[in-house]
Design a protein around this ligand. Sequence first.
Ligand SMILES: Nc1ncnc2c1ncn2[C@@H]1O[C@H](COP(=O)(O)OP(=O)(O)OP(=O)(O)O)[C@@H](O)[C@H]1O
Ligand SMILES: [Mg+2]
Length: 227
Amino acid sequence: MDNIIVLENVTKTYGMKDGAVRALSGVSLTIQQGEYVSIMGPSGSGKSTCMNIIGCLDRPSGGLVLINGCNTADMSERELAALRSRTVGFVFQQYHLLPSMTVLENLMLPLRYQGMEKRSRKKTALDILERVSLTDRARHLPSELSGGQKQRAAIARAVVTRPKIVLADEPTGALDSETGGLVLALFADINRQGTTVIIVTHDGHVAAEARRLVRILDGRIAGDSHV
Ligand SMILES: Nc1ncnc2c1ncn2[C@@H]1O[C@H](COP(=O)(O)OP(=O)(O)OP(=O)(O)O)[C@@H](O)[C@H]1O
Ligand SMILES: [Mg+2]
């Protein structure tokens, strides 16, 4: 199988000199196309930093990052953004829905970037919203949604383009067990269809859905096991 994600000795330092924070201290991790991986670790251990680097939202301070065969160090901001929109669906810890657009429009936007025509965009977006039980909120603004509904909308947006990689940072933190179950079923489904899924979670039940568990501690990989 293909290695879709390769991190080799990746470091990340925020800030400078005296105030510098070392968020990652030499992370090496290889993930193959189609894997389902969970990442666990204490608060502040570097999980979101690692996801941002995998998702091409941030560059490492050192080390090698290959995403879908592309070395991100060699790429311009524009090339990185193109790689990201082609390859990655991101569920952020803080949702990041566009506030002036309805839920439906938020989902249709990445499909427009992919060049899909309007009628198909709408149908594709509504299909995914149904999967996360948000059909009745499609025409609402994010500010009119509950926390859990926003989270489901953010998840729907991340998977709507059928990206090769879906990265989800605490995707079920704001969900009850029923809607959490819907979301996990959706991830399992897209993973069966070949999408690489990586989930950061503090919840052992969520982690148990994955077939590989990576543990991060103090900016290092402290465990990596197939389950
Ligand atoms: N933009 C930033 N500037 C400075 N320090 C940062 C920045 N982002 C993260 N850090 C620091 O880097 C370390 C790792 O942060 P990170 O967000 O990756 O942790 P995390 O494992 O995702 O934690 P949590 O479970 O609380 O989300 C922390 O010490 C954090 O304070
Ligand atoms: Mg985090």
